[in-house]
Ligand binder design. Structure first.
Ligand code: NAD
Length: 315
């Protein structure tokens, strides 16, 4: 299959390199000039796994302006606030046969994709796969091959031949995909998951295991989970995990699966980049307002992350 990875950051590189190794034709498209320059100078990307086995992987890299290919599938892995600009700059090679797939965190991206792609060509998903970009031209895949997992669902909830082909390629690439049947429920379940771990670990600058092992972690998580689940009940969103399952997944993920990992919002903050908090906790609070529910804790932690960003910028 022919793929274009729109955004060759941590996740774009992880999905793209593994799809390339599984035998697909992959082109990476990026706009961050120091990263582009480094990849060109090195002749590829240095890839590690859990900080070890650093080796060069050759990739095809283009900018939105230089690319003129016709991929079957565009995979979007930008940060939420970068997506509109990427879509605008890449739109010259979009056509109505192509599919758009993404496992970005947060909410707001699907409406932006809908401005360029028909609903039956959009496939969304979520990824529980930790990846770090230590600097330009370098990527670190956290966890053993096949350790993470992901969900995917077409926007119209009617999987077609292309959905199944994508599923097969992701499976060959070791991403452990599950095809779900509720689009919004699948995405929102991950937004809620991130609204706890990503946010708290970013505010307090903690690796995930430190939060998971904190005796008050259950109470803090429960508060955020309850608000978000109450809002989703009002909005008639059918989450793919119960509150109990979500709490158990948070506990397992922080204490057992990735105790040493710092979530991506933290990694953005320490590099003085804006975080995605407005698209995670901010989105939950905004959805609450629509249904006359004041998500006080989500509103508070949204501002707390902005305060942490503000503090960093003033250091
Ligand atoms: P990323 O920041 O690594 O890359 C996104 C874009 O930002 C790329 O175009 C990259 O070149 C550019 N970029 C990276 N560092 C930059 C810098 N210092 N200055 C300017 N530009 C820079 O993002 P990601 O981690 O690949 O995340 C993409 C999406 O996937 C997000 O929505 C994220 O929340 C989600 N996600 C990430 C992970 C993870 O472990 N990284 C896991 C699941 C979901």
């Amino acid at each position: 299959m022919k793929f274009a990875m729109i955004g060759a950051g941590a996740m774009g590189l992880r999905y793209g390199i593994l799809l390339q190794e599984a035998g697909n034709d992959v082109t990476f498209i990026d706009t961050w000039q120091p990263h582009i320059d480094k990849i060109r100078e090195q002749g590829g990307v240095y890839q590690m796994r859990d900080h070890k086995d650093r080796h060069l992987v050759h990739i095809k890299l283009e900018t939105p302006e230089s690319y003129d290919g016709d991929p079957d599938m565009l995979i979007f892995f930008t940060k939420q606030m970068q997506l509109a600009d990427y879509l605008k700059r890449c739109s010259h090679f979009f056509n109505d046969k192509q599919y758009a797939f993404t496992c970005m965190n947060g909410m707001g991206h699907i409406e932006k994709l809908q401005q360029y792609f028909a609903d039956d060509k959009i496939i969304g998903g979520t990824a529980l796969i930790a990846t770090v970009l230590p600097g330009p031209g370098e990527v670190d895949f956290m966890g053993k091959r096949g350790a993470g997992k992901m969900n995917m669902c077409p926007l119209n909830e009617k999987p077609d031949e292309m959905t199944h082909r994508l599923f097969d390629e992701l499976q060959k690439a070791g991403m452990n995909p599950t095809l779900t049947d509720d689009f919004t429920g699948t995405l929102m379940t991950k937004v809620i998951f991130n609204s706890v771990i990503n946010t708290i670990c970013t505010m307090f600058e903690l690796p995930m295991g430190e939060f998971g092992n904190f005796p008050g972690a259950y109470e803090m998580s429960r508060q955020l989970i309850d608000e978000a689940y109450d809002i989703c009940a009002r909005a008639d969103i059918h989450l793919v995990s119960t509150r109990k399952e979500e709490m158990a997944a948070l506990d397992r993920n922080t204490r057992i699966d990735m105790p040493l990992h710092y979530p991506s919002m933290y990694q953005d903050m320490i590099k003085d980049r804006p975080t995605e908090v407005d698209y995670i906790n901010g989105y939950i609070a905004q959805l609450g307002r629509k249904y006359h529910y004041e998500a006080k804790t989500h509103l508070f932690v949204t501002q707390a992350v902005h305060l942490a960003e503000f503090h960093r910028q003033n250091l």
